[in-house]
Write a protein that binds this ligand. Sequence first.
Ligand code: COA
Length: 256
Amino acid sequence: MPSTFRDNLLAGQSAYITGGSSGICLGIAQLFAAHGARVGIQGRSQAKLDAVAASFACETFAADVRDFAATAACLQAFGPFDILVCGAAGNFPAPVLGMSANGFKAVIDIDLLGTFNTCRAAYDLLRKPGARVISISATHGSVPYEGQAHVCAAKAGVDMLNRVLALEWGAAGVRVNVIAPGPVDGTEGMRRLMPTPEARATTMGAVPLGRFAEINEIAEAALFLASPAAAYITGAVLPVDGGISLSSGRAFHSMT
Ligand code: COA
């Protein structure tokens, strides 16, 4: 059987990626563009968008995913497309007793409501059948970590939202899947959650593969889910985590 992972796997296709101005989603945007896709990235800061747009071919859209109307307007401006990646996320380490109701809400709103807003606004613009939705969750959706109640609750919601979307949108030919990364080097999340060598070492000890992911390894998983190789996959939550979700959350560096 010939491999489907050829050059220009996404030639002639368009992909819209939230959270695409940094980290994992920037890596996905760059890989999709390298495979021939027309790429649109949404972020909150026009200055950050301008900086990354200088490095590869993409269209930029400044809007907060918490704002349905603003996100819908950006999607409309990008036009019909084939692939939606929902990756905008927020995080800070704090125990429940160290976060206000507004702090909890901020993360729920960015991660969960933001994913809903983007999917809801995108549906009419997705080229069906054959469209793909890929949301970026985290192992937090299935493993409880101290100091991460907001993110654990939000990511569990993202996982379940996407399973429901897979059910509801399957008949229209839309595949809906989730990638659940573990610790990924070179991301804002790692800078916030594992700021010291000790924190990195503790967490790395819980990763069966013994190392953290590179951004490109998450992007490759997104490319797989966007590719014809995944044509019969929908409703999946795919851990790309070196096996860390097999370990107890207690083995993770404590963020409380
Ligand atoms: N500990 C406790 N509470 C915190 C906090 C921390 N380290 N950082 C922020 N908060 C609280 C704020 O105090 C505020 O609550 P309050 O109004 O009761 O004081 C609430 O969270 C919202 O903060 P604010 O800065 O106004 O929200 P924002 O919408 O500008 O930012 C965050 C959202 C808090 C998620 C911010 O960290 C962010 O923008 N993150 C995006 C980047 C990111 O996190 N990337 C990693 C993804 S894995």
